[in-house]
Design a protein around this ligand. Structure first.
Ligand code: SF4
Ligand code: SF4
Length: 176
């Protein structure tokens, strides 16, 4: 009879409700308490170092160009050996959507997603992270990768004078 089915459904619902009333609450007092996240969780961004301890970032602006919300900015500089680096590097985490496109675009593996959860802040300006805040001592994933072992500095001859290398194009010669 339909009436017995209805009563059974109501009692089933009440039983579920009462069973949850007897369980321990699962409220976590974030940010004081942090729950363990799955290993593949991506909650923040770091700048990594190469195996020799040098900064991997060559300030190529690719991550900045790939970022859909324009929250990465930097300025490029060169050290006396010609090695490029970021004079400053800034991420505005108040705009970051943790999409990972910056890490995908990075040719040097400098910028990587981290499984750390980004900390809550009350002030927006506290969510602007500088290079000093982002740079870690480790290599992150692919510990052996060193961009400068493949390219960057240390070419023996001027540009165009190395093996299998074409002479550089004079952009002015392309003008109409
Ligand atoms: S994770 Fe996405 S939104 Fe955040 S800095 Fe990288 S590209 Fe921009
Ligand atoms: S983090 Fe990577 S993509 Fe971004 S500027 Fe540095 S080297 Fe280029």
């Amino acid at each position: 009879m339909p009436i017995f089915n209805d009563i059974k459904e109501i009692l089933t619902g009440l039983a579920i409700t009462f069973s949850h009333m007897l369980k321990k609450p699962v409220t976590i007092q974030y940010p004081e308490e942090k729950r363990p996240m799955p290993p593949r969780f991506r909650g923040s961004i770091v700048l990594t170092r190469d195996p020799d301890g040098g900064e991997r970032c060559v300030a190529c602006y690719l991550c900045s160009g790939a970022c859909p919300v324009d929250c990465i900015s930097m300025a490029a500089a060169e050290d006396p050996s010609g090695r490029r680096y970021a004079a400053w590097f800034r991420i505005n985490f108040s705009r970051c959507i943790l999409c990972g496109l910056c890490a995908e675009a990075c040719p040097t593996l400098a910028i990587q997603m981290s499984s750390e959860m980004f900390p809550c802040k009350r002030e927006l300006m506290d969510m602007v992270y500088e290079k000093e805040d982002l740079l870690i001592d480790g290599t992150g994933k692919d510990a052996e990768y060193n961009f400068y072992r493949h390219s960057g500095i240390g070419v023996a001859n001027p540009r165009g004078g190395n093996r299998d290398e074409q002479p550089p194009v004079d952009a002015r010669s392309l003008l109409p």
